[in-house]
Design a protein around this ligand. Structure first.
Ligand SMILES: Cc1ncc(COP(=O)(O)OP(=O)(O)O)c(N)n1
Ligand SMILES: Cc1nc(C(=O)O)sc1CCOP(=O)(O)O
Ligand SMILES: [Mg+2]
Length: 745
């Protein structure tokens, strides 16, 4: 049935006049179709028949054949529209609407007839209909949605998957669906998604539709059963799950080599196999030894696989010597696998050449047998007979040389260049094309095996998607997600592995720890209300514009000096508890800096407080806010250990650094910049690069610990952090008691 209809079910826009608002339904439809909506379903429960006919005519004009047009509920309107010569492609009917058999009869075999189904009984009824009666089923709701107040119970993605698996009619997911759900729904067997509010209520319906379309395209090849049928009869990935062979070395630590290849292949939807070229003794810090079994045994492995299994794609990694390379080349010439990706492992991260000259020569002969080579900057330079490129333009130029010289596509990789971005480019000299892929660099130490993982994912995705460009786009998306979560695995003390299954685990409900960057963003957002309240304090406002009375300023400094002395002790405690030497040294340096700061305060600014206690102009007592803050810091360390303690000390760095920089740079108004400002020299301390650097290190250290912590410990850390931020607010407010503290609990 499905192949009869040239309809693409991937994205249905169901219209809603109220949600489209003043823009009007036609304008929203025009934008959504331009963005990639493939079906428009006119749904208007309030319109009269005549009004519906007018709307159908208008939408048919707007759509102009670029998407299919169907009408919800009203078979009679579709029939009448067709009689008036208006192009309308079909109808969507609910369980209580007109019968689908009548619709098929009235509209003929080429029309679209969609039916709502959200129970097994509905599916059983569909199964009893003559084949071809219904083109697709609208299955929902996925989540509760206010768009259809009388909606059936929510199925969730899992419930959807169960129904979709129980019918061979394509299922379109509807109800509470957003663009972020697309990959999961596609994996659950959806032939498409249908949405109302996500597009009709979007500020930019074209962009909203485009996001759905992009996510749909990017998640091609991840369907649960190797590809849901589509009404367009689009080809499934060749033969379902691709069978992918890695010919590479073994990394017993699991981050690179065949171990990484097998994980990558599985993660992106392939069946992985491995023929081992060499055994290494290595971990995340380096390689200690290599053992190369006889090349004849590699030949045995390859032949044994090929004698039994059809290989859809091959990824080639470490090839230890010329004999091994010649063995692989001979096998490729004989078997001719449809996809060959060669990661030319030739240069170690240290810059050392890994292959002897004979092997390098043999590798050059192997290159033309590959469909794609994926050299890093250093390897590309060797292949191009040039010095390593230092610019992205230089990398592209060398990739063009290699592509032309060896007659092979090159994936030029910018990961080893310096810079904020990490671009890649697919360079094909024969086709005279360069397709660039950009993206921000991901700051992580978990980079072990990145090249192996990318090349094996590429081989797999090229086999399932049938084209290089989407394969590279999807492999990059997957690898970037895996890179972002690598550190959370906490494997080894050197460069750890990427988290090959980060996406799958989180989508499957398995906890994937947040990355340090995510912790940082979440925690900063968590104290946004406290930060706003600090900014609004009259004390801070007056400090910024210079109108703060000197008595209040000195009271604040006196409190600060006391605070710093005890805070220094808590940092020393953090140093004592630190699990490694760098963290121990960092917190110890912080403790020293605080003591220096406290001594400087007494020496340079707290004139009234100098001298023996009984001779001071004003006696000093820590105020309640100060004492409470310090009690919290000490308690965090004794109750929660290192993790909670460092979370509790962090706001003192972070809030001061942020606030100080804004005070110095005029973030609170021009007065803060003026040299006449009475506290200008004191404010200037805040802008010191050393403090900024220390703050950065403190955030990174705490975020890394939180990222690796169990969810319970991470939650306790966040509570300690927030509580300290609240104490900061009270601390700032105290010198001027007129201030009122208002923070949402
Ligand atoms: C694609 C799609 N699926 C389901 C529905 C719901 O149709 P129905 O059950 O007839 O409910 P109403 O839309 O009439 O409220 C749909 N419209 N589209
Ligand atoms: C029209 C409709 N039919 C549903 C069903 O389950 O049959 S849910 C629904 C509304 C979906 O709207 P939104 O995308 O804004 O959640
Ligand atoms: Mg209906």
């Amino acid at each position: 049935m499905s192949s009869r209809h040239p309809f693409d079910l991937s994205l249905t826009l169901v219209t809603d006049a109220a949600l489209c608002g003043e823009r009007g339904v036609a304008a929203v439809v025009a934008e959504a179709v331009a963005g990639g909506a493939t079906i428009v379903q006119l749904r208007d429960k309030l319109a009269s028949t005549e009004q519906l006919l007018e709307q159908v005519a208008e939408l048919a004009g707007v759509i102009d054949g670029r998407a299919a047009l169907v009408v919800n509920d009203r078979l009679d309107v579709v029939v009448a529209a067709r009689e008036r010569g208006i192009r309308v492609d079909g109808v969507h009917l609910g369980q209580s609407d007109a019968a689908v058999l009548a619709a098929r009869d009235a509209l003929g075999p080429d029309a679209i007839v969609g039916l709502t189904a959200n129970t097994r009984a509905h599916l059983d009824a569909v199964a009893r209909l003559p084949r071809g009666t219904v083109d697709y089923l609208g299955v929902g709701v996925i989540r509760p949605t206010s768009t259809k107040p009388d909606h059936p119970p929510a199925l969730g993605v899992d419930g959807f998957a169960v129904l979709a698996a129980a019918t061979d009619v394509p299922c379109v997911a509807i109800g509470g669906v957003g663009a972020a759900d697309v990959p999961e729904l596609r994996r659950a067997g959806a032939a498409g998604v249908a949405v109302v509010s996500a597009i009709c209520a979007a500020p930019d319906p074209r962009a909203a539709a485009a996001e759905f379309a992009a996510r749909w395209a990017a998640s091609a090849g991840i369907e649960a059963d190797g590809g849901s049928p589509t009404a367009s009869g689009a080809p499934r990935p060749a033969g379902g799950v691709p069978r992918v062979l890695s010919i590479a070395g073994s990394d017993p630590s699991g981050g690179a080599g065949i171990q990484a290849d097998l994980k990558s292949i599985a993660a992106v939807g392939g069946y992985g196999m491995a023929a081992i070229t060499a055994l290494t003794a290595q971990n995340t810090r380096g390689v200690r030894g290599v053992h190369v079994p006889p090349a004849t045994f590699l030949a045995d492995q390859l032949d044994t696989i090929a004698d039994d299994i059809e290989v859809d794609a091959v990824k080639i990694g470490m090839l230890a010597n010329a004999e091994v390379i010649d063995t692989v080349a001979a096998w490729l010439r004989r078997i001719r696998p449809p996809v060959v990706v060669l990661d030319p492992v030739m240069v170690a991260t240290s810059g050392d050449r890994l292959l002897d000259p004979d092997a390098e020569r043999a590798l050059r002969d192997l290159l033309p047998l590959a469909d794609l080579v994926t050299p890093n900057v250093a390897e590309l330079a060797v292949l191009a007979d040039a010095e390593p490129a230092t610019t992205w333009a230089g990398v592209i130029a060398q990739a063009e040389t290699v592509s032309a010289g060896f007659g092979v596509r090159v994936l030029a990789k910018g990961g080893h260049l310096d810079g904020a971005t990490a671009p890649d480019a697919l360079v094909d000299a024969a086709a005279a094309t360069i397709v660039e892929f950009d993206g921000e660099r991901i700051a992580t130490t978990a980079t072990h095996g990145t090249g192996c993982s990318l090349s094996s994912a590429l081989a797999t995705l090229r086999a399932s998607l049938g084209a290089w460009e989407p394969a590279v786009a999807e492999a990059r998306r997957w690898l970037r997600e895996s890179l972002r979560h690598g550190e959370s695995l906490a494997v080894g003390g050197g460069h750890g592995p990427v988290h090959h299954f980060a996406g799958l685990w989180s989508r499957g409900g398995l906890a994937t720890a947040p990355t340090p960057a995510e912790v940082e963003a979440e925690w900063w957002a968590e104290i946004a209300d406290v930060r706003r309240a600090i900014d609004e304090l009259p004390f801070i406002r007056a400090l910024a514009d210079g109108s703060l009375p000197r008595t209040a300023f000195e009271e604040y400094l006196a409190q600060d000096a006391h605070y710093l002395r005890v805070y220094s002790r808590t940092l020393a405690e953090a140093s004592r508890l630190a699990p490694d030497a760098p963290a121990q040294a960092f917190w110890a340096a912080g403790a020293q800096r605080c003591l220096d700061g406290e001594l400087a305060l007494h020496r340079d600014r707290l004139h009234d407080l100098r001298g023996p206690r009984d001779q001071r102009a004003r006696p000093f007592e820590p105020n309640a806010a100060n004492t409470a803050y310090l009690d919290h810091l000490v308690a965090s360390g004794s109750r929660g250990g290192y993790a909670e303690l460092i979370a509790a000390v962090l706001p003192c760095y972070w809030i001061y650094d942020d606030l100080g920089r804004r005070l110095v740079t005029g973030g609170f108004g021009p007065e803060a910049l003026s040299p006449e400002h009475p506290y200008a020299d004191w404010l200037a301390m805040y802008g010191e690069p050393a403090f900024e650097l220390a703050t950065r290190q403190a955030i990174d250290t705490v975020a890394a610990v939180a990222s690796r912590a169990t969810p319970a410990v991470r939650a306790r850390m966040l509570r300690a952090f927030r509580r300290s931020a609240e104490h900061e607010l009270a601390f700032f407010a105290a010198p001027w008691p007129a201030d009122r503290i208002e923070v949402d609990a």
